[in-house]
Design a protein around this ligand. Structure first.
Ligand code: PSV
Ligand code: MN
Length: 387
């Protein structure tokens, strides 16, 4: 089997974008718990995200969410990020927290509401122009709760029309990335429920429009790695939102619920040329409702790195041979050999050789940063959904 020393070059190229919202408070519809040290503004969120990169070398950029991350000066925010050793990344729009959007945003039957949602995306593009961000990521809460509530076919037409207006506004070096989700908050139908719908719309828009695959947005039992393979084949996989789920869109730490699934996904990413490929962005989309947020993000990027290392260890030549001669169990065994390899000691050594802590979780705990923010961030309003 391939050795870790053979895969350090691709491993060193790994970059995982962090969501600013992972550092704010989050919760369920039952309760959002506050926690000591939580950032009060986007600047403090960026400072926390920079800690993850400092200890892992894996997370050089932070995604913003508008309006949660509205600031007076994006050049100041950008400078603050750069001073902390990170950059600003994807801009996420938000058309799910305004009363006007109760029955939909870019799909709404009222042209005034649609225009308001389109204008919000224009404002996001203005932010991107200031932050130097490449990607505008759109996730829509649009859908219906009851059969007959609205004309689902007409909603698709309105969606296509609104997306075309937004797409027209993005710059030559920018991209529109459309995320899908099969349910919630709408429960009967969602206007962008699956990769096929996202593919149909982004294909119609043009070659700067891509699909975002959020690993938590599929029905139980869905073969996500197949979707990865297909979207890479089609040249339309723009980005990942990594997280893990047991039941619904749980937004738990990636790789926590099903490490083998994460391995299979990463194997297909590598197989399809999507690894260390700037066209396929790796991002986290997670919430840390009960665990500490910075260590939660450190654990997450390490999980992605560990499963990437295992996927890179697959002996692809031997696998091809076994597949070609119909050696079913042999081929499966080759994949499983890589999956069962404990890469953690070798990764720790390799990190140290690059001047990073061998154990980033321990290094963060020993750094005193958590105690410092808990002592200093007193007063003000803790950031969270809607902040
Ligand atoms: C809602 O499900 C969601 O988690 C989507 O995945 C978005 O990416 C994210 O929120 C931020 O809007
Ligand atoms: Mn997502």
């Amino acid at each position: 089997m391939t050795d870790l020393t053979d895969i350090t070059t691709p491993l060193a190229a790994q970059a995982i974008e962090l969501p600013s919202w992972a550092f704010g408070n989050s919760g369920t519809r039952f309760k959002v718990f506050g926690s000591p040290g939580t950032p009060r503004d986007p600047f403090e969120k960026i400072s926390d995200a920079a800690q993850v990169h400092k200890h892992t070398g894996l997370a050089p950029t932070v995604a913003l969410h508008i309006p949660w991350d509205l600031v007076d000066s994006y050049s100041d925010l950008r400078k603050h990020a750069e001073d902390n050793g990170v950059g600003l990344g994807t801009v996420n729009s938000n058309t799910f927290q305004d009363d006007d959007y109760k029955l939909g945003s870019v799909t709404h039957s009222d042209p005034k509401v649609r225009q308001k949602a389109i204008d919000h995306h224009f404002a996001c593009i203005d932010v991107m122009n200031e932050t130097g961000s490449r990607d505008l990521k759109i996730w829509l809460a649009d859908g219906t709760n009851y059969p007959g509530q609205d004309d689902i076919r007409a909603r698709q037409d309105r969606l296509a029309d609104s997306l075309a207006k937004i797409y027209e506004r993005i710059g030559e070096d920018q991209r529109l990335v459309l995320e899908y989700k099969f349910f919630e908050p709408a429960f009967y139908h969602t206007d962008v429920p699956d990769w096929g719908t996202s593919y149909a719309h982004t294909a119609a828009l043009g070659d700067r429009a891509f699909v975002c695959l959020d690993t938590g947005h599929h029905a139980p039992g869905t073969n996500i790695e197949f979707i990865v393979a297909q979207l890479l084949r089609l040249g339309k996989l723009g980005s990942f939102d990594f997280n893990s789920r047991f039941y619904a869109d749980d937004d738990l730490i990636v790789g926590a619920a099903d490490p083998f699934q994460l391995f299979r996904i990463l194997y297909e990413v590598i197989r399809g040329g999507g690894y260390a490929n700037p066209d396929v962005a790796f991002m986290l989309d997670q919430c840390h409702n009960i665990e500490k947020k910075i260590p939660g993000q450190i654990r997450s990027v390490l999980n992605v790195q560990e499963m990437t290392a295992r996927a890179l260890l697959v002996d692809t030549e031997a696998l091809k041979k076994a597949q070609a001669c119909g050696d079913v169990l042999g081929a499966n065994g080759i994949l499983m050999d890589a999956f069962y390899t404990d890469v953690r000691p070798a990764l720790a050594e390799w990190r140290e050789s690059r001047g990073l802590p061998g154990d980033p979780m321990k290094a963060y705990a020993a750094s005193g940063y958590q105690e410092k923010i808990e002592a200093e961030r007193v007063g003000g309003t803790q950031a969270g959904w809607g902040a």
